[in-house]
Ligand binder design. Sequence first.
Ligand SMILES: [Zn+2]
Length: 105
Amino acid sequence: MSHDPLKHDGEVKTEMDCTHCSKLFVALVDYSLNGNHSIECPFCGHEHQRVVRGGRITGERWGSTSGDKRDIHKPRNVWKADSLVRMETSSASEFMRQRWIDKLR
Ligand SMILES: [Zn+2]
């Protein structure tokens, strides 16, 4: 059985970077909730749209594909990454960061 680093169950602290103000923040995303998630940047208030399916964040952006805003999940908590003292984040973001670093080499 192989562990899928991108798959989660329940609420996981997920590192995000804001495309609007280029700052890092951490959101408590509930991966057990399938569907549209709306995560607001704590720095500039920019809305990040993510779609969760089967415990993974997909590459979809629901904002552009669907006008349906009836069923949107918001994280229970969002932190500014600046104020975090080496907080443990999801293995997914570590995995993604490693891939990103590999790409830069
Ligand atoms: Zn922002």
